[in-house]
Each structure stands twice: as structure tokens, then as C-alpha cells.
Design a protein around this ligand. Structure first.
Ligand code: 26Q
Length: 824
């Protein structure tokens, strides 16, 4: 089958373009060029093919003047661009052929590209999936973010420990980006606010004595799948403002000039590598205001180029706030409307409250952003005045609704206890608040945000997350993608619900064999990756049991590894016991300062080291820690997985999106009833997933009664006791028996200064071990497993980010699809 767009892709032109680029960029022939140079040449050739569509799309946006969504996010975890762009241009076949004819392997070239890792994990990758879906569905959208000089750190494992290495992703340049200095914006920090009354008697607020930086936009193309649409991800770089000539030395401005230069250099230097954890750092707040001020200024300027009346801004623009990180956009928009366009408070408020919408991604209290007033007001004096006024009016409103109820004010005020609470600002000032999975939204409404929900129930809605099948199936798992297309056609690429047509193959033995054969080939591909990167041989016939995600105590990698220690104990005690060979695969980065997370990585590696080298268990268990888990190796991992470990403490994982990527690739979920797992089980049926552990209601009930007593389990369960003692008797740390004591203490804490096992690891241990037995039994039933795996793929349609985006459009953004004119 030849795709339409494939026909329109000029293969010969592309080949000439690659050869020409190699020549002009490097003065080399194809034979002489390095793989990196060929990657650059190929990328520029692909960019050529993109640019025309990019211009046409943007011209059409200019002409049709549709409403646009600005997706404001501190993180965009894009991964590699080349392969994805080729796929979305529907040019994979011709490009692959062309490169073969030039003697080049497309996969080797794609491997030359560094991941664009401008994000930590779930929230950043969600933003990337959303951009793909927006472009593919034909919705006018901008992504707005920061062009970090260094993205998420590269992880090296040395002696079992994580080492963080700077991610110099721009080292060889970024062929797809476009620098656009003509759209630079100035962003001001610090100083003080003066009020001037003008001849009309109007008060003018002026920030003075400030420091400023120039924000320079870099645009990246976001190619829609097969529809000619190319949207823009705009990421901002910082440059010092040119303000000082030599004579400034005498004027004493020297100090200020140097400070401004440092400000510009520092601001975009590096992504904060904290996932689900708030760090109240001044530089972080600077980063937030920097890209928000630039983005809001740009959005207003763009609007004013075509429109007269700024009071109707919200009819053409909506800002989606990706968590509270961009929430300062609310006050910045108010500032621009009042101070630069002279709207009254009420007029500005009317616009702002119809423009901004907020997505909540977590209920973990340590992730909530609360900025000290001192810091906030010193850095953003005018913005702080506006936040104060928003707070004053909001508190007044609370008092009107709940007269005399000081408790409400204490719990809901935007400014309280010397802090600015960003979630409260976002909820009070936005027109929409959404959670990211049904359970998560229910918990928000009933627990964390209950007071807000009671006061303004209409603002709240759920938008269950999704993922893009273009990257995580079509690109990441070409064998399965082709098999699916062979059986049901290619419509699934833009309508994932079509996968239900695969249900009829679930009981078809030939289909089952083909399906499991593809899984086997993908397991060989991953086994080769592991051999190359870890030097460990794993058996592709073993069960590939995988937990890849950021390392966090609530995600409970510790539960997984404790259970592996337990299995190993059993195998040692009963060498003859029936045991289906298993390869446990981990991948996880820990925040640099997160002690228990880093220690868990060390434990996984120490246990792996012991087990993998113990000949007495005949290789029945292997434990592999994949170094530097990132989007590009994730694609290979999902495709090769049998078991998807989604074992967070119920109520803690807002949604999860990895869970969806595993399901789409035919892995069976071993999980708790948490986040989107609940909806996964609902779609696929509980007989095709393995569920264990406390429910979120049970967890919350225990928490409300001050926790539970893990000592009871320690005393009564000898398996648990044995494993825990191994944490502190040097079994996995011969030279330093106390090495893992902090992990032991986190579970038992005999000192009782802080609470023990706050993530219910011991409480869920037995249930988890039972569930793991069910997994083994299920895998032994080859046909039953193949059936379940196929059904997981077939039932994953709901979890496309295309569906998620359509829900945002319908309920929150109210955008119209743009139709491109037919080519003459
Ligand atoms: C905040 C302040 C200062 C420094 C860092 C941060 C910060 C950075 C990243 C706080 C939180 C994050 C990331 C949160 C995150 O990734 N949440 C995940 O979002 C996914 C998409 O909705 C969900 O699927 C996950 O369940 C949720 O954990």
C-alpha cells in the first residue's frame, strides 16, 4: 500500500538534498561523512520538506484568524525529532529507501540525535504528546517553554550509584530549530513600583530600578500526521540586554551590567531535575516568570496585530497552565492589560478569568508550590501587588459566601502564612480546573481541593491523560504497527479506537503466534541493547517484567526490589521449586538530592549484582538497571515488555502515562487501583490485568488515622522480616552493613521520630507477592497470555492523547479545526 503523502514526497530531491548538505556543511562526500554529519544533513533535508508546510499553516492561521491554545509549560520532554518528523510526514518508506540507496541505515542515523530532554517525566512528556495530537487533529496551538542549555541530566551508573552528568544537548546544534531574534521580548526583575498620575488623572504603575533580560524565541516545528499542518513549539533563550557602553564604568553602572549579564546566563542554564517535588529556589521563580512574561507579551502582541479591542482577547486566545509552574501568567496578563493597555481592574479581570485554565498533576503535598512573600515580592514587585489585590478580592468573596468562617479563609486564601499559594491563585483566577485521571479528579474534588470545589463546582472537570500512538507504537514498535495495519488497516494511526477491531484475533491461534513472535523479536532487540549497555545476557524467552519511571518513594520501586530479594531467598531455599525465568528490568532517574531514591538505585544494582552472578540459580532471575532511561530507549523498552509494573501507593499517582504505553504495546498491567490504572482495568477487563493492594479509600482512611503499624507485619510475616534484615546485615553491602539502613528505617523507623512506611510497602507486600504468582501462572498459559496481550492492545484506544485533546477542545478550549486549502 502506498500512502498519499509518500507519493508527494520527492525521494530523488531528498537524496540530492542530503548529498548537497553534506557537501556544503562539511565539504565532504557521503563516504567521508561521519554518522553525526549525515544525521545533520538528513535533518536539514527533512526540515526543507517541513518548512513549506510550516509557512502554509501559519499563513492560513493568519488568514482564518482562529482561536488558539497556548500550552504553557516549564517542560517539554520531546525526545528525538528526526524519526518522528519523518513518520508524521508519512515519508518513512521513501526516506528509508533513499538512505539505503545512499548506503546509510536510517536507524543508525536516528541514533545520532540527542534526546531533547527538556522535562523530568510524566508532565513534560504529556506536553509533548499533546503537541503531536494538536497538530495531527489540525488545531491551532503554540507550545511555550524554555530553551534550557542543559536538559534533564544524563545518568551514569558507577559502582551501582547514580552519577549525574550534564546534558549538553545543543553541542552539535539543533538542526530543526529556528532562531527568531526579531520577536525578542524584554523581561524585568526586581526594583520597585512607582505610581505616577497622568494628565487624565489615571494612575500609572511603573517598575523602576529593575534588572532585565532579553528573551529570544527559538521555534521548533510540530508536524501533524499526514495533514500538512505544522504548529510551533516556541522555547525562549535569555540574552543580556545591550545597555552598557564603556562610559558606564564611570557611572557606576558596571556592577549592574555584570549582574544583568549573569542573570541572562543563569536563567536558562538548566532544568530543575525534581519530579513531583517543589524546591523553593529563587532561580526557579525567575525561570517561570521569564518564559511566562515573554510568552504572554508575544501572545498579546500577536493578537493586537489583527485586532483593535484587547477586551476580546479571550475570544482568540486560551492559556492552558501545565500545573502551577506557569501560574504567574495570570498576574502577568493582568499587569499587561492594566499597565500597558489601560484596562480597569474589572475589565482586565473579565479577560484574564476567561483566558486561563489550570491542570493539576499531583496531590502530593510536597509538590505544591508555595513561594515566600519576601522572595516573590522582591523579584516581581508589580506582579506581587496584583496578586495581593486578587487575594484581597477573593478573600472578600469567601467572606460573603461563608460569613465569619475563618477556617475557610485559612484554607483557601492565595496569600497566607507568609506564602503565595500558586494552586489557589490558579483556581481562583482561572475558568477551568482539571485533574488527569478520573480517580485523581475525584480525590481533588473530595479531599485536596474540596473547599474550592464546593465554592465553584462548575470549574472542575476530568481529562484523563493519553499518549501519542504515532511515537509509542508506529515509531517505537514498527513490527507490531505493521501487523496491526495488515489486519485492520491503518486508520488506528489517527483514530486509536479502531484497535477494538483486533478483538476478533484474541482467540485466533495463528494471530496469537504472530503476535507473540513480534513480542519475541522486540525482546531480542532489547536484549541486544542490554548486552551492549550493561554487559548482561538476558534470555528473551524469560518474562520481561519492567518498571521504568522516575524514582520516587510513592512509585514504590522499593516494593519491587524487596519482592525480588524475597523470590531469590525462596529459590535459594528451594532450588527445585517451579519457577518461570524472569528478567526484572528497571529504569529510573532520581532527583540529585533525594537520598532514599538514590539509595534505592544502589540497592537495585547491588541485588542485581548478587543475583546475576549467582550460578546456583541457573539464571532463573536476572535484574537489569537500564542506565539513562529517556524517551528514545523507552520506545524500545515498551515494545519488549510482558509485564508493566504500575505499583504506586493507591491515591498517589495522579494518572501515570507509562502504564498506557505498555498497554498499547501488549504488556499486562501488574498494578494498584491508582491513577489511570483504574481506567485501564475498566477498558481491558480485570481478567486481563493483575491488580493488588490497598484501595485509595483504604490508604486515605489509614492516613486520616495517623498511619498504620508496620511493626505488626514485621513481627508476623517471616518472609518480610527476612528481607528487611537483609537490608541491615550486609547481605547486599558486605563492606558497609549500614548502607541501606535509611531504607530500612523508612519502612520501620524504630526511633519513631517520623512516621514509618508512609507508602504502605509492607502493608501491600503480601498482596503484591500473590499478584506476582498470578502473573507467573498466567504466563505459563501461553495462549491465555497471548489472548490477554492482544486484548490489551485492542482495548487501549481510549488512551490516545488524540482523545484527551478532543476533550480539552470540547470542554475547555473551544477551538475550531483549521482546514488547509487544496494545493494547486
Ligand atoms: C516544582 C517546583 C520547583 C521545582 C520543580 C517542580 C516540579 C517539577 C516537575 C514539580 C512537579 C513536576 C512534575 C510532575 C509530574 O510529572 N507529574 C506527573 O504528571 C503526569 C502527567 O499528568 C501524571 O501522569 C503523573 O501521575 C504525575 O506524577
Amino acid at each position: 500500500m502506498i500512502k498519499k503523502a509518500a507519493l508527494s514526497f520527492d525521494k530523488d530531491l531528498f537524496k540530492r538534498s542530503v548529498v548537497y548538505n553534506v557537501k556544503t556543511l562539511y565539504r565532504k562526500s557521503m563516504e567521508e561523512a561521519t554518522p553525526q554529519q549525515i544525521f545533520q544533513a538528513v535533518s536539514y533535508a527533512i526540515k526543507d520538506a517541513i518548512v513549506d508546510k510550516w509557512m502554509t499553516t501559519q499563513e492560513e492561521y493568519e488568514k482564518q484568524d482562529p482561536k488558539m491554545v497556548y500550552y504553557l509549560s516549564m517542560e517539554f520532554l520531546m525526545g528525538r525529532a528526526l524519526g518522528n518528523n519523518i513518520i508524521n510526514l508519512q515519508a518513512h518508506e521513501p526516506v528509508k529507501e533513499a538512505l539505503e540507496e545512499l548506503g546509510v541505515d536510517i536507524n543508525a542515523i536516528e541514533d545520532q540525535e540527542p534526546d531533547a530532554a527538556l522535562g523530568n517525566g510524566g508532565l513534560g512528556r504529556l506536553a509533548a504528546c499533546f503537541l503531536d495530537s494538536l497538530a495531527t487533529l489540525g488545531y491551532p496551538a503554540y507550545g511555550c517553554g524554555i530553551r534550557y542549555r542543559y536538559g534533564m541530566f544524563k545518568q551514569q551508573i558507577r559502582d551501582g550509584y547514580q552519577i549525574e552528568v550534564p546534558d549538553n544537548w545543543l553541542e552539535n546544534g539543533n538542526p530543526f530549530e529556528l532562531r527568531r531574534p526579531e520577536y525578542a521580548k524584554e523581561v524585568k526583575f526586581g526594583g520597585y513600583v512607582n505610581v505616577y498620575v497622568d494628565e487624565n488623572g489615571r494612575s500609572n504603575f511603573k517598575q523602576e530600578g529593575y534588572q532585565s533580560v532579553n528573551a529570544i524565541p527559538y521555534d521548533l516545528p510540530i508536524v501533524g500526521y499526514g495533514n500538512g499542518i505544522v504548529n510551533t513549539l516556541r522555547i525562549w533563550d535569555a540574552q543580556p540586554v545591550e545597555c552598557f557602553r564603556l562610559e558606564s564604568f564611570d557611572k557606576g553602572d558596571y556592577q549592574k551590567a555584570v549582574e544583568q549579564e549573569n542573570l541572562a546566563k543563569n536563567i536558562v542554564e538548566v532544568l530543575y531535575p525534581n519530579d513531583n517535588h517543589y524546591a523553593g529556589k529563587e532561580l526557579r521563580l525567575k525561570q517561570q516568570y521569564f518564559f511566562i512574561s515573554a510568552s504572554v507579551q508575544a501572545a498579546v502582541a500577536k493578537y493586537m496585530r489583527k485586532h483593535e479591542d484587547i477586551r476580546r482577547f479571550h475570544e482568540k486566545v486560551t492559556f492552558q497552565l501545565n500545573d502551577t509552574h506557569p501560574t504567574v501568567a495570570i498576574a502577568e496578563l493582568m499587569r499587561i492589560l492594566m499597565d500597558e493597555y489601560y484596562l480597569t481592574w474589572d475589565e482586565a479581570w473579565a479577560v484574564t478569568t476567561k483566558t486561563c485554565a489550570y491542570t493539576n498533576h499531583t496531590i502530593m503535598s510536597e509538590a505544591l508550590e508555595k513561594w515566600p512573600i519576601e522572595l516573590f515580592s522582591r523579584l516581581l514587585p508589580r506582579v506581587y501587588q496584583i496578586v495581593e489585590e486578587i487575594n484581597r478580592r477573593f478573600v472578600k468573596q469567601i467572606e460573603q459566601i461563608y460569613p465569619g468562617n475563618h477556617e475557610k479563609i485559612r484554607k483557601m486564601a492565595i496569600i497566607y502564612d507568609g506564602q503565595v499559594k500558586m494552586a489557589h491563585l490558579a483556581i481562583a483566577s482561572g475558568y477551568s480546573v482539571n485533574g488527569v485521571a478520573r480517580l485523581h479528579t475525584e480525590i481533588l474534588k473530595k479531599q485536596e481541593l474540596r473547599d474550592f470545589y464546593e465554592m465553584m463546582p462548575n470549574k472542575f472537570s476530568n481529562k484523563t491523560n493519553g499518549i501519542t500512538q504515532r511515537r509509542f507504537l508506529l515509531h517505537g514498535n514498527p513490527l507490531l504497527a505493521d501487523w496491526i495495519t495488515f489486519h485492520i488497516g491503518s486508520d488506528w494511526i489517527t483514530d486509536l479506537t479502531r484497535l477494538t477491531k483486533l478483538k476478533v484475533y484474541a482467540d485466533d491461534e495463528k494471530a496469537q503466534q504472530e503476535f507473540m513472535n513480534i513480542k519475541y523479536k522486540n525482546k531480542i532487540r532489547l536484549a541486544e541493547y542490554i548486552l551492549e549497555h550493561n554487559g548482561i545476557e538476558v534470555d528473551p524467552r524469560s518474562i520481561f517484567d519492567v518498571q521504568v519511571k522516575r524514582l520516587h518513594e510513592y512509585k514504590r520501586q522499593l516494593l519491587n526490589i524487596l519482592h525480588i530479594m524475597h523470590l531469590y531467598n525462596q529459590l535459594k531455599e528451594h532450588p527445585e521449586m517451579p519457577f518461570y525465568p524472569r528478567t526484572f528490568i528497571f529504569g529510573a532517574k532520581a532527583a540529585a538530592g533525594y537520598r532514599n531514591a538514590k539509595l534505592t538505585i544502589k540497592l537495585i544494582n547491588a541485588v542485581g549484582e548478587a543475583i546475576n552472578n549467582d550460578a546456583s540459580i541457573c539464571g532463573k532471575i536476572k535484574v537489569v538497571f537500564i542506565e539513562d532511561y529517556k524517551v528514545s530507549n523507552a520506545e524500545i523498552i515498551f515494545a519488549a515488555s510482558d509485564v508493566s509494573e504500575q505499583i504506586s501507593t493507591a491515591s498517589k499517582e495522579a494518572s501515570g502515562t507509562g502504564n498506557m504505553k505498555f498497554m498499547l504495546n501488549g504488556a499486562i498491567t501488574l498494578g494498584t487501583m491508582d491513577g489511570a490504572n483504574v481506567e485501564i482495568v475498566e477498558e481491558v477487563g480485570e481478567e486481563n490485568a493483575v491488580i493488588f493492594g490497598l484501595s485509595s479509600d483504604e490508604v486515605i482512611r489509614y492516613e486520616n488515622f495517623g498511619g498504620y503499624d508496620p511493626m505488626e507485619i514485621f513481627n508476623n510475616n517471616s518472609d518480610v522480616r527476612k528481607v528487611l534484615m537483609q537490608l541491615i546485615n550486609g547481605t547486599y553491602s558486605k563492606n558497609d552493613p549500614d548502607l541501606f539502613r535509611p531504607l530500612y528505617n523508612s519502612l520501620l523507623n524504630t526511633l519513631s521520630t517520623s512516621k514509618a512506611d508512609t507508602y504502605f510497602i509492607l502493608k501491600d507486600f503480601e498482596s503484591y507477592a500473590e499478584a506476582q504468582k498470578k502473573v507467573e501462572a498466567a504466563y505459563r498459559d501461553e495462549k491465555g497470555w497471548a489472548r490477554s496481550a492482544i486484548l490489551n492492545v485492542a482495548c487501549s484506544g481510549k488512551f490516545s492523547s488524540d482523545r484527551t485533546i478532543e476533550e480539552y477542545v470540547k470542554d475547555i478550549w473551544h477551538l475550531d479545526k483549521v482546514v488547509l486549502p487544496l494545493k494547486k
